[in-house]
Write a protein that binds this ligand. Sequence first.
Ligand code: ATP
Ligand code: MG
Length: 206
Amino acid sequence: MTDDSTLHDSKASSHQARMAARKVVMDKKIAKATEERGVLILLKGNGKGKSSSAFGTMARSAGHGQRCGVIQFSKGRMETGEYKFFRDHPLIDWKVMGHGFTWETQSKERDIEAAQQAWAAAEKLLRDDRYQILVFDEMSYMFKYGYLDVEPVIEALKNRPKMQNVIITGRTMALPLQDIADTISVVQDERHAFRLGVKAQPGIEF
Ligand code: ATP
Ligand code: MG
């Protein structure tokens, strides 16, 4: 017969045994992961949470005193909360594509010009080892719309400083980027408040 306390004891000891076994497995994995280098992270998919995750990681990085660079490859219809919050941070350089352009004259040529200007800024950051993390927000659309060629981007990413981390966001990712990425996370769209009729709000959407 087992009373409550012996049942509790046996549950506790089997939990302890499971945890100990898991620790052995984890310790082995940790011992194997010895390489020290920057990583390329892709955040893709149709769900909400890609850009906010990228900027969350950047906050983490800045918290450790690391220098950060952001290039936003979207026109940005308004100044986002993250931009307003981070732009004056001494460790963060933030460029929005198309700032300084007149967007009233919507044309493909202007878009391409803005994209190339943004890429020129990104390329500069990819050669600068003072930046420990770079966020290229919504960059994937540049390839989708043919505003940028993917090959020079792949080359620049491959040749970047060894310890530099790069995060690229966008719903669909160019396959060559996926080929060289270290971490790829897919944010799945299961439900979104917008489809329930909830109005976009500052602090959540932008
Ligand atoms: P966030 O910036 O909130 O992390 P995201 O970067 O994953 O979102 P984007 O594709 O860049 O998503 O879209 C940006 C805007 O569209 C945000 O305001 C976001 O709330 C909204 N959004 C993202 N996914 C969806 C969706 N599945 N349905 C409706 N709106 C969405
Ligand atoms: Mg986004």
